[in-house]
Design a protein around this ligand. Sequence first.
Ligand SMILES: [Zn+2]
Length: 307
Amino acid sequence: MTPNKSLIQHLARPYFITFLLLALVFSFTMPTAIAKTEGVFTGKNYNVIRVKIKGDLARTLKPYQLKARLYNQIISSAKARNGGKLPTAANQYFVAVVKNSQLWASEFGPVGSVRRIHSANIKNQRAFFTWSGKALTSVQTMDRWPIRFSKISSNFNPRRRHPITKKIRPHRGIDLVAPHGTPIRAPASGRVTHRAGLGGYGRTVKINHGKGYVTLYAHLKGYAKSAKKGSYVKKGQIIGYVGKSGRTTGTHLHYEIQVNGVARNPRTVKLLNSRFKLSGTSLVSFENDRVKQRTALKSARAPLGIR
Ligand SMILES: [Zn+2]
């Protein structure tokens, strides 16, 4: 017998075929066993997401095709909790507890310096907090500008002297040049406190945003129907249109920001950015929830071998 022939005979033996089949089955079962530790799991009271971070958290969660709202809640809160950066492989793992399709609590490593996130509904908004109750999300934010403009024709200058009289005639706002009729959008939510002519300012709108912030829009062509005096406007809502009413040399928006009654430079003023504060009933439910969340997170991370 030649060695070649003996090998062929060897391969034809039933035990070898069984071995091949077993190897094949085994190679398919192994990755499934790993996938059972990581993934999205449906539970009785809540769902659990449990992953080892590879690359970054966004990339790690991609294959699970989470609903957009939940995915955004997870990513934005984790980023805020991680100093503005996505958790990466250095953070080792991430677990989340999901209730009613919304993020309820989450945590990520590294093991030994775990960061947890608490979440709750406050004033009809989903809010996220550190484990000690510091807000990670803003309730109200403000855009720098209420329109897209081509240039600034006159800057904020509280000590501007009149070119002829030499008297101080402060320019309490900034003049933004844009085409006639350009829609003006509320840079932050607030209440319309003025919507009428105002001397040389022409058609003028004022919005009180709370926290001491008031914005003013002058020389308007007209007002937006929905932004009536006394009405509440949302951030981004159209409140009026750029024009040249009042004393003005040309079409532009005169834009003012007052903080606690003082006109400030719209280019540099610290923009409104108010955060949730836990107090009263929201503080009580925060403390109650935190106990349950701690237990839920502990069992969520257990299969990863992290205590
Ligand atoms: Zn002006």
